[in-house]
Each structure stands twice: as C-alpha cells, then as structure tokens.
Design a protein around this ligand. Structure first.
Ligand SMILES: [Zn+2]
Length: 150
C-alpha cells in the first residue's frame, strides 16, 4: 500500500477493524514519513460465468466442482481434505483469471491437472466425463498418455 504523502510502499498496518458495512478498514502508518492513513477493503463479486459446451452460461458453482471431484474419487484413497484443497485451488485459479466468463472446459482442465497428482484412477474417471471420451479406444489413448508421461 502506497503512502499518500510520500509515495513510499513501506507502510505498516496498525490495526484492522470490520466496519458495520462489512468492509475491512485498516489503519496504516508510513515507515518513511510517519503519515497515518486509513484504507478500506471491499469484497467485490468477481465470480465469472461458466460457459458450457452447449454455449449455455451458468454461475460459477464451487459445490458442483466439489461434487464432480467427489464422484471421481469415490472409493479411492483420496483424503477429503485433499479434495477440498483441490476445489479451493481450482476456485482461486479461476478467480485469478479475472475474466467475466470462463469456459467449462478450462475449469475441467484445472480439475484434471490436480486430480492427476492426487489419484490416477480418479483422473481417468473425470477425464471420461470431461474430455468426453466416447469409447474404449480414446480411454486407452488417455491412459497411455498418462503412462508415457510418468
Ligand atoms: Zn510516507
């Protein structure tokens, strides 16, 4: 945070309070010139719309991603907290794109990247749905790709 007086970035938070409007208010002091000032942080709704393959748009739904991953991980040795962490990771990456619309496929790819590290069987299950693998031949190719990249 830049000092409004001298422009130094060397500022320090003295205290943080939540005001009645739900905003985060911080009192800061500049280490360079001693100027005290306040900043307010507001939560903005920046969740993008998800564009489906059909072109239909729907709001970003964390629970839906969680559900998809849970189904892929059913009866696999994947800890609930690992699934939770993956969903949070996907969510924060999607938010970091800072776009108003994100393709469902992009989200699916992020999930796949994470699942690959967690559990290969869960990865394949998810891939069958999200990469739209229609037959055994394409599933086999995906498994071979996975094995070759080990
Ligand atoms: Zn200053």
């Amino acid at each position: 945070m830049k000092c409004p007086t001298c422009g130094s970035h060397d500022t320090h938070v003295i205290d943080t309070v939540r005001d009645p409007g739900g905003n985060i208010r911080r009192r800061r002091v500049c280490r360079a010139c001693g100027r005290r000032f306040n900043t307010i942080e507001r939560v903005v709704d920046s969740t993008p719309l998800v564009v489906k393959r059909s072109g239909r748009r729907e709001s970003f739904n964390r629970d839906k991603i969680l559900e998809g991953i849970r189904i892929a991980c059913a009866k696999r040795p994947v800890a609930a907290e690992d699934i939770e962490r993956l969903v949070s990771q996907v969510e924060s990456r999607v938010l970091a794109m800072n776009k108003s619309e994100v393709a469902a496929r992009e989200i699916g790819d992020l999930v796949l990247q994470g699942l690959r590290e967690l559990d290969e069987v869960a990865y394949i299950r998810y891939a069958i749905v999200y990469l739209n693998l229609k037959d055994l031949e394409s599933v086999k190719r995906e498994i071979e790709r996975l094995l070759s990249e080990r």
